[in-house]
Design a protein around this ligand. Structure first.
Ligand SMILES: Cc1cc2nc3c(=O)[nH]c(=O)nc-3n(C[C@H](O)[C@H](O)[C@H](O)COP(=O)(O)OP(=O)(O)OC[C@H]3O[C@@H](n4cnc5c(N)ncnc54)[C@H](O)[C@@H]3O)c2cc1C
Length: 420
């Protein structure tokens, strides 16, 4: 039986204006934003908590949202949620940024390390407050397509296979799973040997007791592969996984888990405990759509007419970018859009788009664009850009970076390599 037959056999369980597949930070941002405009929204999440890599993946750090010279660049929902995450659990907002943008230039960057699971609970509260129907433990399996138009999705859960219809689909699975399966052109990424758990050691427990600061609990050799986003020191005998087949995911998980066990064995018996595993693979870049524009390092300091928000380089100071709306859709697909890790960026441009603040920003924009498309009855590609930008500005997004933030020296050096 192919999926077409299956669709004929399934009754529509419920009809929604918008289905958002994948409850990472981008998906929650998209769902909340669309629901706040009065539309019915279903958010399906295959795991049991919201937040994706930002919670399940144990990545609990808002990378810098400023230019490295004391100017804030990313605002909107990303900033709201950074502040929200500091309300309960850990608050590590630097003193310079505690009351907003510092009066004086500073190299101290605007970041926050949060309590992983508390933030996941806050995201659920945010989604429910906005009126989003959240379905945990519910995998979006396939889009139901009529040509290039999506009519709904088939889900797999304890209830079996079910069909939800929608007017618009936002794919925030992080891997563009549904858009890929719809036939939309996509590009696979490469992932390094990285797997970060959280470990408690006797030393960590002592640090907590001495300082009274719970955030000092974790430490030690809490990793399998320990390779950074630039792939530095990736062992020659370890593959670079795309992460798009069950075999690759398993190969990655088993290799990393065995390495983690080796690391635990290097401690005297009873002196180290693994407190938390990453409950999704620590893949940074699995799959992105081929959108109408692909953001790259060459776009540094460039303004786009269809910008949906300014972002900054989180690793290097000064570099500024704008995210063109066109990076979120492929114009042949009238009612499908993406956000977060699967937005279209290449090289380091993909890295800039996928991190938590930028993923929230693109999620917010995808939700706002979908709401506008619904109200106007238009295709995603025909959304009125000025109306989209106005709507986002009202939600405190900075659409264009101010020209006075552009440094005199516009050369772009990424990880020690001069690219421009
Ligand atoms: C090792 C590592 C370190 C990082 N460090 C940082 C950092 O310090 N700071 C930072 O800002 N960023 C960091 N990042 C990047 C950042 O965490 C992610 O890029 C960002 O959280 C992506 O958000 P997202 O919502 O686009 O996707 P994801 O977080 O991948 O969320 C996708 C969600 O969709 C769900 N899902 C997947 N498929 C389906 C399906 N078929 N049906 C239903 N649900 C589905 C998943 O369970 C998940 O919840 C790091 C990433 C990695 C891998």
């Amino acid at each position: 039986m192919d999926f077409y037959d299956l669709r004929m056999r399934l009754n529509v369980k419920k009809r929604y204006d918008v289905v958002v597949a994948g409850g990472g930070v981008a998906g929650v941002a998209a769902a909340v934003t669309a629901a706040q405009q009065g539309h019915s929204v279903l958010l399906t999440e295959k795991s049991n908590i919201l937040g994706g890599l930002g919670t399940l993946g144990l990545v609990n750090f808002f990378v810098p949202m400023c230019n490295g010279d004391g100017k804030q660049i990313i605002f909107g929902l990303a900033e709201k949620w950074l502040r929200l995450s500091a309300e309960v659990g850990y608050d590590t907002i630097p003193d310079e940024w505690r009351s907003g943008q510092p009066a004086q230039p500073t190299a101290v960057r605007y970041t926050q390390t949060y309590s992983t699971y508390i933030f996941a609970l806050q995201l659920l509260e945010e989604a429910e407050k906005a009126g989003v129907d959240v379905l945990y433990d519910c995998t979006a399996v396939m889009p139901v397509m009529e040509g290039t138009r999506c009519e709904g999705i088939i889900t797999d859960s304890k209830s079996g296979l079910e069909l939800y219809s929608c007017k618009y689909l936002i794919d925030t699975t992080g891997d563009a799973d549904l858009l890929r399966r719809s036939g939309m052109p996509t590009v696979a990424g490469e992932n390094f040997y990285s797997y970060f758990a959280k470990m408690i050691t006797l030393d960590g427990a002592k640090r907590v007791c001495e300082s009274g600061d719970l955030s000092k609990l974790y430490g030690g050799k809490a990793y399998g592969g320990n390779v950074n986003l630039f792939g530095d020191h990736q062992p020659g005998n370890v593959p670079r996984w795309s992460g798009l087949t069950v075999e690759e995911v398993n190969d990655y998980l088993k290799m990393n888990q065995k390495e983690l066990l080796k690391n635990v064995r290097s401690y005297p018996k009873g002196q180290a405990e693994i407190a938390q595993f990453p409950l999704m693979p620590n893949f940074r870049t699995t799959c992105r759509i081929r959108g109408e524009y692909s953001l790259g390092v060459e776009d540094c300091y460039r303004h786009f007419e269809d910008s949906i928000g300014a972002i900054n380089d989180f690793e290097h100071r000064f570099h500024l970018f704008e995210v063109p709306y066109r990076a979120l859709y492929n114009s042949r697909y009238p009612n499908m859009i993406t956000a977060g890790r699967s937005a279209d960026g290449h090289g380091y441009g993909w890295d800039l788009l996928r991190v938590i603040p930028a993923a929230i920003l693109t999620g917010q924009a995808a939700g706002q664009a979908t709401a506008l498309a619904l109200s106007a009855g238009t295709e995603i590609k025909n959304v009125d850009i000025r109306a989209l930008q106005n709507g986002l500005e009202k939600q405190n997004v900075m659409i264009h970076f101010p020209d006075e933030y552009v440094p005199k020296n516009k050369s772009v050096v990424i990880h020690g390599k001069k690219l421009l």
